[in-house]
Design a protein around this ligand. Structure first.
Ligand code: NAD
Length: 426
């Protein structure tokens, strides 16, 4: 730790991000002084957000916007509302966005914002007021060429519409490019909803071509049948794989002959859980963790963090893991799986579909034209497949002694460092 302890240096999430940065720096042979530059955000803004509650009382909240690095382009990253938000977590998340955007090959740096609030305790009107006040407080820091926020935990296209409106009022013109994942009526894309799951399926498809000779007939299990898991399952099935198991927090269902994803999705919507899908020989169990150990070719963890651990990794039978969730595999499990020659496509590569689609939305907003869904998906597919194959090749060529995740971090950090050098920053 440096001589002065800042707002964020004692935060454990921040410390984890710095540990990963140091690992990548050591593989790349970067000097400590570069790590010292990269571990701090370029700018961290803290704001006070005051609203009038429905009962007439004043309520005050604290929020942040962390702008980690802009060597590759304007800062980009979501804004979350959470009672546990801290400056440290916000800085760490902004650093991860720098690496994710660098790895995705899009012209963005990394940023992240948060407000420490329990949104469930506020009415819709109070959330609107909070959103408008927060965005007005950071209006001088953001902009279509400066910093482009998007949704994250407990923020959504409606929140983006309020941010867009508030910012446009302040600058005096409709600034479409200031946020992404807007409602389609305001320049957003319908396909934004499917884009993360689509990307998770797409990298699994590309990996299957490289290590299994193709996707056709390969079996798949999806842990977490939410937004990401549902669309990952849907596209993998559409492209010829057999999705044999899916789960949610209530349990999992398994049919070695394959599940009808559309039907499962209808049952989940109607009854609240996939375990109520009772067709043919489908087996259901309340222990969703068992799904991770099923005899399948491809595993998609798309629920929560730390589900694949040193304890269960030896029993994982999949040959490819495409990480839809953030941080589903612990570092110890990652090492064990690498030793077993399982290809683990890391979260920062596999779940970048959302931010790549954001870039597609933003670049077309800036040109004043709106894309069709088909054009947008074709663009996403082309960019992410090229990107996956580039990272896979570089991993095999230069970093094959390490899990793909470590290689991905090294490639991402290297790109940022090269840009900083070219710009004369270091
Ligand atoms: P979601 O809430 O739509 O779905 C989450 C799924 O996980 C649900 O099926 C839920 O039942 C299941 N789940 C929740 N808690 C669980 C538990 N304790 N045990 C087992 N299953 C559990 O969320 P989502 O948007 O699909 O996001 C899933 C993951 O993907 C998260 O880690 C998120 O950070 C990550 N992610 C999402 C996006 C996106 O665009 N939605 C982008 C990048 C990363």
């Amino acid at each position: 730790m440096s001589e002065y302890s800042t707002l964020y240096e004692t935060d454990p999430v921040y410390q984890m991000a710095v540990k990963q940065l140091k690992e990548a720096a050591s593989i790349l042979g970067l000097p400590d002084e570069y790590v010292e530059v990269l571990r701090h955000p370029e700018k961290l803004v803290q704001v006070r957000v005051t609203i009038r509650r429905d009962n007439g009382k004043i309520a005050t909240f604290i929020g942040w916007r962390s702008q980690h690095n802009s060597a590759l382009g304007p800062y980009k990253g979501g804004i979350r509302y959470s009672p546990n938000a801290t400056a440290g977590e916000t800085v760490a998340l902004s650093m991860w966005m720098t690496w994710k955007n660098s790895l995705a090959g899009i012209p963005y740096g990394g940023g992240k914002g948060s407000v420490r609030v329990d949104p469930k305790a506020l009415s819709q009107r109070e959330i609107e007021e909070l959103s408008r006040r927060y965005f007005a407080s950071i209006a001088r820091e953001v902009g279509p060429d400066i910093d482009i926020p998007a949704p994250d935990v407990y923020t959504n296209p409606q929140t983006m519409a309020w941010y867009f409106d508030e910012y446009s009022r302040i600058v005096g013109y409709p600034a479409w490019g200031v946020v992404t994942a807007k409602p389609p009526e305001l320049g957003g894309l319908y396909v934004r909803t499917v884009s993360t799951g689509y990307g998770v399926a797409l990298v699994a498809r590309e990996a299957a071509k490289r290590v299994l000779g193709g996707l056709e007939g390969r079996t798949v299990a999806v842990h977490g049948f939410g937004n990401v898991g549902l669309y990952a399952a849907k596209y993998l099935a559409e492209w010829g794989a057999r999705v044999v198991a899916v789960s949610d927090s209530k349990g999992y269902i398994y049919d070695p002959k394959g599940l009808n994803i559309e039907e499962v999705s209808k049952v989940k919507e109607k009854t609240g859980s996939v375990i109520n899908y009772k067709v043919g020989d489908v087996k259901a169990s309340a222990n969703h963790m068992e799904l991770l150990e099923l005899p399948v070719d491809i595993l998609v963890p798309a629920a929560i963090e730390n589900v694949i651990t040193a304890e269960n990794a030896p029993r994982v039978k999949a040959k490819i893991i495409s990480e839809g969730a953030n941080g589903p595999t612990t570092p110890e499990a990652d090492k064990l799986l690498h030793e077993k020659q399982v290809v683990v496509i890391p979260d920062i590569l596999a779940n970048a579909g959302g931010v790549v689609m954001s870039w597609i939305e933003w670049s077309h907003n800036r040109m004043g034209c709106f894309l069709t869904d088909e054009e947008a998906i074709t663009r996403l597919d082309k960019m992410m497949s090229q990107n996956f194959n580039r990272v896979f090749d570089e991993w095999q060529k230069k970093y094959s002694n390490y899990p793909m995740r470590i290689a991905a971090y090294a490639i991402a950090v290297d790109r940022v460092v090269k840009a900083m050098k070219l710009r004369g920053w270091i």
